[in-house]
Design a protein around this ligand. Structure first.
Ligand SMILES: C[S@@+](CC[C@H](N)C(=O)[O-])C[C@H]1O[C@@H](n2cnc3c(N)ncnc32)[C@H](O)[C@@H]1O
Length: 293
């Protein structure tokens, strides 16, 4: 089994400037931030890092910690991504969960997904958060069902839709529990051309439904399989911060997607550092695709 490495390259509004000694320095539009990064085992390229803020304390496993921000950093600010399928705009913000309100490493999938959705294609984005993946597909002409348990995340996604000038796009915003909604879609006999799955390790649905990745990933993939058919074109699954290997997730996906044809690829996602070009690993991915015959 080959386990390829996908890399999100820097772009105008985002870059991983430098990394090392357990931290990383990134630019988000005009602002630079330092965040903990346990995977950066090496030494930084630059002797000093000037930044507009730093996330300190807490742990990746248990959360916690807080931002120390310069006064000039606003509550949120707009960023853009220029993809092959069109431009998308979204707001960055320093969240208490140590990230900036979107996941820049997902950029390694955005053009790939946009290239697989024709005008009128139907895409389901589960655990869609603030909607960048949904907007990338919508900008490429797809009709999107965007699902997240958090009303606040969906409101931010709707604001990003407006910011992107995609108010006319066909996007159905759903606040629901991922598994509950997908079970219902399967019962209704629904199908999709593409599915994006970006589950957290642990989460809660709007009515307190518990999502646990180790327990629930097999059902999530089985439901996704039922929502794909012989006309479907792609599935992307990303899995962060877990003690599972890409091989295990690839084998699970291969079992769940059996009979669908097409090809499955799994491996690691990375971000390219600007200082020395080093690759910072961020997540495991699985892609399923069927090339048009
Ligand atoms: C932030 S995103 C993507 C996770 C990210 N890739 C990570 O670092 O793990 C996770 C999203 O899943 C949503 N979520 C958590 N539990 C959920 C559930 N049971 N049903 C639907 N969405 C859920 C959260 O509201 C959040 O927006």
């Amino acid at each position: 089994m080959d386990l390829p490495v996908l890399t999100a390259e820097p772009w105008a509004d985002y870059g991983l400037i430098d990394s090392g000694h357990g931290r990383k320095l990134e630019r988000y539009g005009p602002y630079r931030f330092i965040r903990p990064e346990p995977q950066a085992l090496w030494s930084p390229a630059m002797p000093d890092w000037a930044a507009d803020g730093e996330f300190v304390g807490g742990s990746e496993e248990d959360g916690g910690g807080r931002w120390n921000l310069e006064a000039r950093v606003p509550a949120s600010w707009p960023l853009a991504w220029q993809g092959a399928g069109g431009a998308v705009r979204f707001r960055a913000t320093n969240t208490p969960f140590r990230h900036l309100g979107f996941f820049p490493d997902m950029a390694c999938h955005w053009d790939w997904m946009a290239a697989r959705v024709g005008v009128g294609a139907s895409v389901l984005n589960v655990f869609g958060y603030t909607g960048v993946g949904s907007l990338v597909c919508a900008a490429a002409g797809a009709g999107v069902t965007h699902l997240d348990a958090s009303k606040k995340a969906v409101s931010a996604a709707v604001e990003n839709q407006r910011l992107s000038g995609l108010v006319e796009a066909q996007i159905r915003w759903v606040v629901d529990d991922a598994l509950k909604f997908m079970r219902r879609e399967v019962r209704r006999g629904r199908r999709y051309d593409g599915i994006i799955l970006d589950p957290p390790k642990y989460g809660r649905g709007p009515e307190g439904e518990v999502w646990e990745l180790y327990r629930d990933l097999p059902e999530l993939l089985a439901l996704a399989r039922s929502l794909l058919d012989e006309r479907s074109s792609f599935l992307v699954l990303t899995v962060y911060a877990i003690r599972l290997s890409a091989v295990a997730i690839a084998e699970l996906a291969a079992e769940a997607l059996i009979g669908l044809g097409g090809t499955i690829t799994a491996g690691e996602m990375t971000i390219r550092e600007e200082a020395r070009g080093r690759l910072l690993p961020t997540a495991i991915f699985v892609r399923w695709e069927r090339l048009p015959s």
